[in-house]
Design a protein around this ligand. Structure first.
Ligand SMILES: [Zn+2]
Length: 260
């Protein structure tokens, strides 16, 4: 294997229109998505049986299975095996959105360092957008929670619980930007970083710092101060990224973002 430094990655192309005709399976996948949206299917609900879908979409069994597999890869459905199994709606997970983008990121040569830069930019924007919407009741009530900083490190808290607590602040902030296209794209950088790298560490050691920074961001957003919210959020990303780099010798951010 040659290192990624020796060979140029694939370049980014800008096609004027994506005109490739859809294959039968893709066409069917699109039709299934249409059904999910039209029928308002929710997470955990089953799609119709294979026999019903074959009849309804009028495609070969192979195309139907390929279509379902395509949707499974995108994270939209889960294929439960065994008796009583079948395709179930899995929802739209921001982490899957991140996973999808990690493939082109990998191929065009995005490094974790660039990812951190994108993440800081994105989190800064999200906080600034939330600050702009401070008149909204939802912004005030959901950020109030984070103003208080607990005096001691959360030693008794399990790692998973701690990660949930930390992530919850960012999910909340993402949800307050008031634009789902921005919420999905801008939150994906943080999710890629935490799923690829942060899970290796015990984040509880950073606990008091993180809580204080969350409280500062919440306060700036609640004051409607867009510039300060942006800056504090960017700084917070660097606190977390630096913790990863400093936490052990030999860790760096110059590797290519993996596709996973
Ligand atoms: Zn945080």
């Amino acid at each position: 294997m040659t290192s990624h430094r020796d060979r140029a990655p694939l370049g980014i192309q800008y096609t004027s229109a994506l005109t490739r005709p859809l294959k039968a399976a893709e066409d069917t996948a699109r039709a299934i998505v249409h059904t999910i949206v039209e029928d308002g299917l929710q997470v955990g609900e089953k799609l119709p049986s294979e026999a019903k879908m074959l009849d309804y979409y009028r495609v070969s069994r192979q195309s139907l299975r390929e279509a379902l597999r395509l949707l499974e890869v995108q994270g939209l459905i889960e294929l439960k095996r065994g008796p009583g199994g079948g395709p179930v709606v899995a929802g739209v997970d921001a982490a899957h959105f991140g996973r999808m983008s990690s493939l082109p990121f990998h191929l065009v040569g995005v490094t974790y360092e660039e990812l951190v830069e994108a993440w800081a930019f994105a989190d800064g924007q999200l906080a600034a957008l939330a600050a702009r919407r401070v008149a909204d009741e939802a912004v005030r009530t959901s950020l109030d929670l984070y103003l208080e900083v607990r005096p001691s490190a959360p030693e008794g808290v399990e790692i998973e619980e701690y990660v949930d607590l930390h992530s919850h602040f960012h999910h909340t902030l993402g949800g307050l930007c008031g634009n789902k296209a921005l919420e999905l794209t801008l939150t994906s950088f943080r999710l890629i970083f935490s799923h690829h790298l942060l899970f290796e560490l015990d984040p509880r050691r950073l606990g008091p710092v993180v809580e204080r920074e969350h409280a500062d961001i919440a306060r700036a957003v609640l004051a409607g101060d867009e510039e300060l919210s942006r800056k504090l959020s960017e700084d917070h990303v660097h606190t977390v990224a630096n913790y990863y780099v400093d936490a052990a010798t030999g860790r760096s951010l110059d590797a290519l973002v993996e596709w996973r």
